[in-house]
Design a protein around this ligand. Structure first.
Ligand SMILES: Cc1cc2nc3c(=O)[nH]c(=O)nc-3n(C[C@H](O)[C@H](O)[C@H](O)COP(=O)(O)OP(=O)(O)OC[C@H]3O[C@@H](n4cnc5c(N)ncnc54)[C@H](O)[C@@H]3O)c2cc1C
Length: 424
């Protein structure tokens, strides 16, 4: 607790995803009186909770309600529409605040790293889910009419983690089953005019080491309109995922029908080696663990094999030089693209405890001006929390029937609603 005459510690957090917000929450609790500013490059807060987590998992997105309360607390400020590295130099920020926390996440899909014909259509799951989540930056490309190009009827998904299952679920689910979501219907309709007829899912690992949670598999298997088939499941595979899939394949066997128009084929122990382009199709060449060649001709390949960042091309991506005695890292940026929102909470708690300890031990001094030093440079640009609430309200008010919000998908429109200027 600060006494009335002491200088409040100033902390800048870069990134308002779960790790940034949880860190702010723990710091606000552990250092009452501290001045905490959460900088966010988008005009909207909450990172992948808004633009990653699948639209039909609104329960998970509900974590934003507790973050909303965070920003209405005295001492915690949201400074949206400000990208550190682009709008303010990192060095300026690190000089202006007593402590700086990097919580910038990993924004890009990890590339497959195999030979790929440039004409074959290969998309990242993160980019696809962002688009279906109404991301206001074009990350998938559009045709000459400004529309997203349909993914086609035959798809392959590489990877079988939770993100791959999110993609599968959203692409396979009938539109009528997306009640109560905030999916971007226009993008969904352009990308998937009708649910696909086949989706081949290629998992490098066997079923025992599959990266997805069993609950996610269960949700996939429960989709009323999909027929799921499994290959690469060995008789001696055990564990909950194996049992679930074995039971399902035994019980299924009906094949594709009017009620099950989409066939989802899960291939375990199948290693992709190249993606060629033939007759307008992407040709995925893979090999099974038994050295059997597999060839799949599909319209689009969706990769779901993790996330990374590219600070070489993006000035707002932290480099190694974004460091110093008062600089900390948290969340996906620090630990890699592994783990749920809850795991980021635990990490944020540890990082906040370290910062509080560093102030207590005198390794950090409460002496720098914080937001006062940089706010005036950007004052008419910053989207503050009240501005974000205007965007939030507008999105909720304009939701069509059966949707919980209609996201604004253009940055300039968002800034108009927020009543702020675009970046120069
Ligand atoms: C598709 C997908 C689905 C998921 N589904 C679930 C789920 O259902 N349940 C679950 O628990 N977890 C889920 N996760 C995982 C969860 O989203 C992550 O664990 C979590 O979002 C990581 O938090 P973070 O704060 O480290 O990064 P992020 O959420 O990525 O937040 C980083 C923030 O930093 C901002 N930023 C970046 N650079 C700058 C800069 N220079 N200046 C200012 N701001 C910057 C970004 O705009 C972003 O808002 C999912 C992830 C993905 C990709």
């Amino acid at each position: 607790m600060l006494d009335a005459n002491s200088t409040p510690p100033t902390v800048a957090i870069i990134g308002s995803g779960p790790s940034g917000c949880y860190t702010a929450q723990f710091l606000a609790k552990g250092m009452p009186g501290a001045e905490i500013t959460v900088f966010e490059s988008m005009p909207t807060p909450y990172g992948l909770v808004r633009y990653g987590v699948a639209a039909d998992h609104q329960g998970t997105k509900g974590v934003t309600r507790q973050f909303d309360r965070l920003f209405t607390r005295a001492g915690v400020r949201f400074a949206g529409n400000v990208a550190i590295g682009r709008d303010i130099d990192f060095e300026v920020l690190a000089r202006s605040f007593d402590a700086v926390v990097l919580a910038t996440g990993l924004p890009l899909d990890r590339p497959l790293g195999i030979r790929q014909d440039a004409h074959a259509r290969v998309l990242g799951a993160g980019a696809l889910l962002r688009t279906l989540n109404g991301y206001p930056v074009d990350v998938l490309g559009r045709d000459d009419h400004g529309r997203h190009v349909s993914l086609g009827r035959h798809l392959a998904v590489v990877g079988l983690g939770n993100v791959a299952i999110d993609v599968l679920r959203l692409l396979v689910k009938p539109t009528a089953d997306l009640v109560g979501t905030d999916i971007d219907d226009i993008s969904l309709h352009e990308l998937r005019p009708t649910p696909p007829s086949t989706v081949d899912v290629i998992s490098r690992s066997g079923v025992e080491r599959a990266k997805c949670d069993v609950a996610m598999l269960r949700e996939l298997l429960a989709l009323p309109n999909a027929h799921v088939e499994v290959t690469g499941l060995r008789p001696d595979d055990c564990g909950p995922a194996a049992e679930l899939l074995r039971a399902h394949t035994q019980a299924a066997g009906a094949g594709v029908s009017a009620e099950h128009p989409t066939q989802v084929r899960l291939h375990f122990g199948c290693v992709p080696e190249a993606i060629d382009h033939r007759n307008g199709k992407a040709l995925v060449r893979a090999t099974t663990v038994d050295s059997q060649p597999v060839e799949l001709a599909v319209d689009t390949v969706i990769t779901a094999i993790g996330f990374t960042h590219d600070s070489a091309d993006d000035p707002s991506g932290p480099t190694e030089s974004w460091s110093g005695v008062n600089v900390y890292r948290v969340g996906w940026l620090a630990r890699g693209a592994k783990g749920t929102i809850a795991e980021n909470r635990r990490h944020a708690q540890d990082v906040a405890a370290t910062i509080i300890q560093d102030f207590a031990m005198g390794r950090l001094q409460a002496s720098r001006p914080g937001f006062r030093a940089v706010g005036s440079l950007l004052s008419d640009r910053i989207v503050d929390f009240a501005d974000w609430q205007r965007i939030d309200e507008a999105e909720r008010q304009s939701a069509p029937p059966q949707r919980c919000r209609l996201k604004i998908t253009k940055l300039d429109e968002m800034l108009l609603v927020a009543d702020r200027k675009a970046n120069a």
